[in-house]
Design a protein around this ligand. Structure first.
Ligand SMILES: [Fe+2]
Length: 438
């Protein structure tokens, strides 16, 4: 899903594990493709063309690149007689697949004044018609396993870019002096805040990684054993109010709280608060997809880097959980939460746990930084072919985040899902949950 300049991360999207053909591929294909275009509906052609920073891509590019994925990996090699919409697109909308060939430089995606938005939408229709013809002529269950897996990967890839569209649009609109809203209504309702508590998890030998017949990216495999010492994990994410206490205690001015590289980032970039925050009359305000609003002290903090999450945890006399601890603590929870479909497009205030001893808001609201480097699980093998570039080549210099966010499609997340970003990335809905040794 996402993209970063160091790794094209979401772009650095991950490769898929072989998935069985689904009898509902055509319905799912339509739903995912329509959902992407619905996200672009509130935007003008000009909104869709601008690139606000190297890490972010224009919406028009996202619309074309997700289409390029189906054309390049499904239709061109597996649909006899398929006519490419425009051969030049093979380069223009290639993100990072070196085995496909040349690619347009990522920081210059905003210079692609042509094709225009209407032509990109025509590209989407062209590919959709060919995909529907393919799916209608061949019952989904009869599709070759390789083709079915590529279609499945393409759908999950497109869902990753749906989240990127929202985070990239948020950054784009934040740079406009009038701070325009992507979505004007504010659907959030006040919720009585809950008090976090520590949850004890005993020592033991566990298994993490994907299990079962459903889809997963290759980086979630193979499932393997891990030994965990006893630990405690917070029932809720860290809130804006918690983070304001860190700021007020001089958190951004105390080098002893920071990793060396984190302190370098703080001083070089002048960080004084999470991204999108401004202070007026002693009140913190944050830019959201609904425009600028006062910071809700009871909502999970977001738009912080790994460095800030790590420094906060040190200040709080705690630490970040490892990704194995996070997965074991959440593996039995329902995959429910504040996802993209809620329409909130912002983290919601702390809510009650479903039962004593369970984590609240582990899924949705904010991606939670872990202290784990993004690396291969023991025995990891990238997917075969060009899509093997999806994940494995980005396993260096990044950290794992878990749980999905308010911009993640609900059907996209799993307890074993491994998101990853460089430690200085702040434009995703990234927050944290504390842990500590028992
Ligand atoms: Fe991508």
């Amino acid at each position: 899903m996402r993209e970063v300049s160091v790794d094209p991360q979401h772009d650095s999207t991950r490769a898929v594990q072989a998935a069985p053909a689904s009898p509902a591929h055509d319905a799912r294909y339509l739903a995912v493709r329509q959902a992407t275009q619905a996200l672009a509906a509130p935007l003008s052609a000009e909104d869709c063309a601008i690139q606000s920073m190297p890490d972010a891509s224009p919406v028009k590019w996202h619309l074309a690149h997700t289409t390029w994925f189906f054309e390049t990996f499904v239709l061109a090699p597996h649909r006899p007689g398929y006519r490419c919409f425009d051969p030049a697109y093979r380069v223009l909308f290639n993100s990072y697949y070196n085995t496909v060939g040349d690619k347009h430089p990522r920081p210059e995606r905003g210079l692609l004044s042509r094709p225009g938005l209407e032509e990109v939408l025509a590209y989407r229709r062209h590919v959709d018609e060919a995909m529907f013809a393919m799916l209608s002529e061949t019952p989904s269950a009869a599709l070759p396993a390789e083709v079915a897996s590529l279609i499945e990967l393409g759908l999950h890839h497109e869902q990753q870019h749906q989240e990127l569209i929202l985070t990239d649009v948020k950054h784009l609109l934040s740079r406009h002096p009038q701070k325009p809203a992507y979505q004007k209504q504010w659907p959030l309702t006040p919720i009585r805040a809950r008090t976090p508590r520590w949850i004890d998890i005993g020592q033991g030998l566990h298994e993490i990684g994907h299990a079962g017949p459903g889809f997963c990216f290759d980086n979630e495999t193979p499932r393997h054993r891990v030994w965990l010492d006893a630990f405690q994990i917070a029932s809720h994410p860290v809130t804006h109010g918690d983070f304001i206490a860190f700021i007020n205690d001089g958190g951004y001015q105390r080098p002893e709280l920071w990793l060396s590289a984190g302190w370098d980032a703080v001083t070089a970039r002048g960080w004084q608060a999470p991204a999108y925050w401004t202070q007026r009359d002693s009140q913190w305000h944050a830019f959201t997809l609904h425009g600028e609003v006062p910071v809700d002290p009871n909502a999970p903090v977001c738009h912080i880097s790994f460095f800030e999450a790590d420094a906060f945890a040190r200040w709080a006399d705690a630490r970040l959980p490892t990704e194995a601890e996070w997965e074991i603590a959440t593996r039995d929870l329902p995959l429910s939460g504040n996802f993209l479909e809620s329409g909130a497009l912002h983290p919601l205030a702390l809510r009650e746990t479903l039962a004593d001893g369970q984590l609240a808001q582990a899924f949705g609201d904010v991606w939670e930084w872990t202290r784990s480097d993004y690396g291969p699980y023991p025995g990891f093998r990238p997917a075969a072919g060009a899509v093997g570039e999806y994940n494995g080549k980005f396993m260096c210099g990044q950290y794992v985040l878990r749980g999905g966010s308010c911009a993640t499609p609900a059907s996209h997340i799993r307890a074993s899902y491994r998101n990853f970003f460089p430690p200085d990335a702040r434009w995703q809905f990234s927050g944290l949950r504390l842990a500590r040794d028992a």
